[in-house]
Design a protein around this ligand. Structure first.
Ligand code: DGY
Length: 318
């Protein structure tokens, strides 16, 4: 008999076809964002869940899941939406989708840097209102070539971004839990602490995972470490930013511009960002290419299958 699997969000057609071949899959054809209660109800009788970052699977939800659930395969590399320790206590394996989204996410990180530095949001808005004019000092931005890029979190995405940014002539600095080998550093300069990294970051790219340690790492105090007129971008998770503090820093021009793809409490977004002309903001598009979303779903399907068939998985995170 086929295993029963709950797939919480709509996937691309080819991925859903594959899921249907492998399992008795409960698909979400209307792509509804399930409440926690609905997720619990729908998981009754299932062996596994293929979840997305839009579901908060916290301790309370995990405790209420039926005992038949053996695996939660998250359709994302980040897994901050799942209480992995609570899952472990209930013998539920949690997996993620690393590697396949590295390039797509690094591209969006580069877009955020370009958009924020070169005032793309303001430019688009002028053109759409048909009220732009050329002048020597119109929408003067910051040049990437020769600027210092601080990368917070030099994992796969951070390293891929470093490669791209080097092509633009940026000087790369980074902070990571551990110093990389010379080969992986490719000339980037390691910083022992946050203050040291932020103080040389003309542009900061946040690429680290959301953990208790990194929560609100951009706050009133740490914003003071940056050179005046710095740019802050975030392609990782919104949890890393104290939004009130960042909006205030934008308003008082300590921070010149921001480029954000991720937000605390998505899909909500701090009101303060919406009216700032120097905010280049996107709706969590990091992995949003056809190739990457297909590969991610394929990997999430493989992970889930591996756990159901063997009890193990290379992409297990708990
Ligand atoms: C991830 O996989 O964590 C990305 O943010 C999804 O776009």
């Amino acid at each position: 008999m086929k295993k029963k699997v709950l797939i919480t969000r709509k996937l691309l057609r080819s991925n859903e076809d594959r899921a249907n071949e492998l399992w008795d899959a409960k698909l979400n054809l209307n792509d509804e964002v399930y409440s926690q209660q609905k997720l619990i109800e729908l998981s009754q009788g299932c062996d596994g869940i293929l979840s997305s970052l839009t579901e908060k699977i916290d301790e309370k939800v995990i405790k209420s899941l039926p005992s038949t659930i053996k695996v939660i395969s998250n359709f994302a590399v980040g897994f901050g939406n799942i209480d992995i320790e609570a899952a472990k206590k209930k013998n539920i394996v949690v997996t993620n989708t690393p590697d396949v989204l590295t390039d797509a996410t690094a591209e969006i990180a580069m877009l955020l840097i370009l958009g924020a530095c070169r005032r793309a949001a303001e430019g688009i808005s002028y053109v759409k209102k048909e009220n732009w004019k050329w002048s020597a000092d119109f929408l003067i931005g910051k040049q990437l070539n020769g600027s210092r890029l601080g990368i917070l979190g030099m994992g796969r995405i951070g390293q891929a971004l470093a490669k791209l940014a080097k092509v633009f002539g940026m000087e790369i600095h980074y902070r990571n839990r551990s110093k990389l080998s010379k080969e992986k550093e490719m000339g980037a300069k390691y910083h022992e602490n946050l203050q040291s990294l932020f103080s040389v970051s003309d542009v900061l790219a946040i690429c680290c995972p959301a953990t208790n340690e990194t929560k609100n790492i951009i706050n009133k105090e740490t914003l003071e470490y940056f050179p005046t007129g710095a740019i802050i971008t975030n392609v990782a998770r919104g949890d890393m930013i104290d939004d009130d503090a960042l909006v205030q820093a934008l308003v008082n021009r300590k921070i010149y511009a921001i480029g954000l793809d991720v937000y605390k409490g998505e899909p909500k977004i701090h009101n303060g960002y919406l009216n700032q002309p120097n905010a280049f903001i996107l709706p969590h598009l990091g992995s949003a290419t056809k190739k990457t979303r297909t590969d991610m779903a394929d990997l999430a399907i493989n992970n889930l299958n591996e756990v159901l068939n063997t009890g193990k998985c290379t992409n297990r995170v708990n």
